[in-house]
Write a protein that binds this ligand. Sequence first.
Ligand code: GAR
Length: 188
Amino acid sequence: MKRLSIFVSGGGTNLQRIAEYFAENPEVEIANVICNNPNAYAIERAKNLNIPCKIINRAEFKSEELSKELLNQKIDLIVLAGFLWLVPQHLIDAFPNKIINIHPALLPKYGGKGFYGEHVHEAVVAAKEEYSGITIHYVNEHYDSGDIIFQAKVALEEGETPDSLAAKIHTLEYKHYPEVIEKLTIDN
Ligand code: GAR
């Protein structure tokens, strides 16, 4: 049995999707949700999914106590799902190659500080890119720059807006993130 900790900051639709994907799988359990935003709808989702949710402030996030707690809880994989803070070194050291993130663009383009959620799609549409997509990657001490595990792309169409692109990207995320997580839990 592999135990996941899912980190969220916002709406939590990826959290919802991942939880539903693994609901019938006895090999994978979402042990907890960690949220840095007390107003995030993801908290409500965690409650409805019966997953313990811990709300943390910046000091708690930076404290090694968090690593200790997650190690004590025997977490195998930390999954960032729309989580917007830079991951501190203590977590990276405690969970080497065991923290992954999903980014709503084809990294290395449109990554780094400030590129999250709708801001990414606005920039991609403004640049009239032919394609965008998703990147699932390991997390290191910099934003959006760890080794890439998986990418999938989608074409922009005539009249594409940031909202319509966001919907396409979410569809890709819901399909591939749970599958990549499942594969990583089997391989590790
Ligand atoms: C997702 O599209 C995810 O790729 C993005 O935030 C959204 C969260 O949606 N993450 C980033 O931009 C990270 N840089 P959700 O809360 O509904 O899952």
